[in-house]
Design a binder for this molecule. Structure first.
Ligand SMILES: Cc1ncc(COP(=O)(O)O)c(C=O)c1O
Length: 388
């Protein structure tokens, strides 16, 4: 019998692409890395570090849901985006990943499941498994540009399903939840008595002013228990500061019971540091400068990618509305891995669609964050390698 839990029994063998990347790096050959999605490594604006040394940084006043001053700053930030929320319905965590763990503890018994989109960023399966929870996928149909199909969500529900997870906009698919999709989803959730967990970490990054997009589910009159997740790691490009938030909404009796239980859970851990909570008003004031720089970067890089595609090329850029990535549909032959290896050989790193559970074809995923000169040189190689 193993001394260790099955929950932590993850496969640790590196995949062939990771090994090839390691070899490439060790060889010292140049690499144009279109897998880079760390916002602190690509020359984007950062706030004044003095913010973290603000008055009271060394005081300790434990508040399970997070310091009131920090939550009030978030209330103002939501209001600026048109959402009316109350500070008592907000909960701070050190990351959205941590918030997921808390929500799975709150909502699921071991062996229960939560519904997750496919394709999607490969995070939920691991976070769920660490809580003894399983994931069941619902497909995001390509015909909808990987938008949400509420019927597909309903079809994936079984008798152990305890929550529906939605990523708005999708990562890496970049499709925003639209009003009609949210209404249909709310109907499924209400009928099946399922809470909605809506990951909004990329919602400040819409590429244009589209109609009917849902920026946040917070502050809406929805019929089901609703958790809206956001955080500094994407909204301000500061993953190292470790501060995220969850807004709890929905029917008052469910919302208040969820908050009471989460407060208890938070009190047992108290994970968020005082300096970052004290600095939050200043960090939120900095966020628009970061967001504007990201939008300029990703719009420019997407344009460079579209411009690099020769007429009649056997690959396409999948339409999207926001986020930090681009998805390419490529021919099924030679396939995702062989194409990634050929690109690596030519000095460009990209990710295969299977990392993100894409189905129904072959896909590549590119980060749109790299510096323009790196990105432009990489897409030139990409266009040459993919043909015609
Ligand atoms: C959709 C999505 N949600 C959450 C996270 C994790 O963010 P955090 O740093 O708040 O844990 C990521 C990380 O890339 C993400 O892509």
């Amino acid at each position: 019998m193993s001394r260790f839990s099955a929950r932590t029994d993850f496969a640790r063998t590196p995949n062939p692409l990771a090994l090839a990347l390691e070899r490439h790096r060790a060889s010292g050959r140049p690499l144009r890395d279109l897998t880079e999605s760390n916002p602190t490594r690509v020359g984007l604006p950062t706030p004044d570090a003095a913010l973290l040394a603000s008055d009271g940084a060394f005081t300790y006043e434990p508040e399970p849901q997070g310091l009131v001053t920090a939550r009030q700053a978030l209330v103002a930030d939501f209001a600026a985006r048109g959402a009316r929320v109350a500070a008592e319905h907000l909960l701070l965590t050190s990351s959205t990943s941590e918030a997921y763990g808390w929500l799975f503890k709150l909502l699921c018994e071991p062996g229960d499941n939560v519904l997750v989109p496919a394709p999607c960023y490969p995070l939920f399966e691991h976070l769920a498994r660490l809580e003894g929870v399983q994931t069941r996928s619902y497909p995001l149909p390509r015909a909808h540009g990987f938008g949400l199909d509420a019927d597909a969500v309903g079809d994936a529900v079984d008798d152990r399903t305890r929550a529906v997870l939605v990523v708005n906009p999708g990562n890496p698919t970049g499709h925003f939840l639209h009003e009609g999709e949210l209404a249909a989803l709310a109907d499924v959730c209400a009928r099946r008595r399922l809470p909605l967990v809506c990951d909004e970490v990329f919602s400040p990054f819409a590429w244009d002013a589209g109609q009917g997009r849902v920026e946040t589910v917070a502050g809406r009159d929805l019929p089901m228990l609703t958790f809206a997740l956001g955080g500094l790691s994407k909204s301000a490009g500061l993953p190292g500061l470790k501060l995220a938030w969850t807004h709890v909404g929905g029917p008052a009796h469910l919302r208040d019971e969820a908050l009471a239980r989460l407060e208890w859970l938070a009190d047992a851990v108290l994970p968020v540091g005082t300096p970052v909570q004290r600095a939050l008003p200043g960090l939120l004031a900095h966020a628009p400068r970061f967001q504007a720089a990201v939008l300029e970067r990703v719009r420019g890089n997407r344009q460079r990618l579209l411009a690099a595609r020769p007429v009649g090329a056997p690959w396409d850029v999948v339409p999207a509305e926001g986020g930090w990535s681009a998805v390419l549909r490529i021919p099924r032959q030679p396939g995702e891995e062989a194409t990634c290896l050929a690109l690596l050989d030519a000095g460009v790193a990209v990710q295969p669609g299977y990392f993100y559970d894409f189905g129904g074809g072959a896909f590549l995923v590119l980060s749109l964050l790299p510096q323009p000169e790196v990105f432009a040189a990489a897409v030139e190689v990409l266009a040459r390698t993919l043909g015609p």
